[in-house]
Design a protein around this ligand. Structure first.
Ligand SMILES: CC(C)(COP(=O)(O)OP(=O)(O)OC[C@H]1O[C@@H](n2cnc3c(N)ncnc32)[C@H](O)[C@@H]1OP(=O)(O)O)[C@@H](O)C(=O)NCCC(=O)NCCS
Length: 206
């Protein structure tokens, strides 16, 4: 059974599957639980698909996810609480340039179950993937829909800087037509690099 959804919590999502931007402090605090971030195994693929089905209008298929998990050039990470997968993210390696978007390691998407958002799970998944990338390359790349304000806000602490904006980077196109190509290096991130984000669970009635 999944975690109890905190009472009074409304998680809103637009048709693109983006979370709605919360103005003000919507963080949730309960220091009792620990979020574990680890490399995904093939046994996690069903849980990843379930998270995507609950969160996004279109989902990757099991074959694509199996291939990503098996690929040593990519890092698929899952975030778990008490053994339950509550979020996941991946990297992608492009071995060729596409206009302003160079070859290299890119953050390749992150999703957290709506009941577990604003507890640092997305930040924990991003820390783990950036550490993986920066162990292999000087720069980490990130492509985001210009309308996905929550994703842009999530990545702000690593001081990603905009390199270009356009309708497509590598194979990614953007609802609304504009995406941002962003880059960050460990030196840009300063104290945020390796920072352990908040790791808190939802609580019944919380
Ligand atoms: C984006 C997403 C992964 C964030 O996951 P999360 O676990 O809620 O993120 P965190 O709790 O780690 O938040 C880290 C920071 O991001 C920002 N943030 C996260 N959600 C936010 C929201 N709804 N409104 C404003 N800022 C937000 C805040 O700065 C937050 O820090 P704070 O809580 O200390 O203020 C989640 O909203 C999601 O799955 N969205 C749908 C899929 C998606 O758009 N993924 C990203 C593009 S690939």
């Amino acid at each position: 059974m999944g975690p109890a959804r905190p009472m009074g919590l409304t998680v809103r999502m637009d048709v693109n599957g983006f979370a709605e931007f919360d103005f003000g402090d919507a963080r949730r605090n309960d220091p009792a639980a620990v979020v574990d971030v680890s490399p995904a195994s093939l046994g996690d693929v069903a849980a990843i698909i379930s998270i995507e089905q609950q969160s996004r209008p279109s989902q990757p298929g099991p074959a694509a996810l199996d291939a990503a998990v098996r690929d040593p050039e990519r890092y698929v990470a899952v975030a778990s609480v008490n053994g339950e997968v509550v979020g996941w993210g991946k990297t992608h390696f492009w071995d060729y340039d596409d206009g302003p978007a160079p070859s290299g390691h890119y953050l390749g998407g992150v999703t957290v179950l709506s009941a577990w958002r604003r507890r640092g799970v997305g930040a924990a998944l991003t820390t783990a993937r950036l550490q993986w990338i920066w162990a292999r390359a000087a720069d980490a790349w990130y492509v985001v829909n210009a309308r996905n304000l929550v994703s842009i806000e999530l990545h702000r602490r690593w001081n990603f800087t905009e390199v270009a904006r356009g309708p497509t980077f590598h194979t990614t196109t953007f609802t609304g037509g504009v995406g941002l190509l962003m880059r960050a290096a460990p030196a840009d991130s300063g104290a945020a690099y390796g920072q352990v984000p908040r790791q808190e669970p939802p609580t019944a009635g919380g």
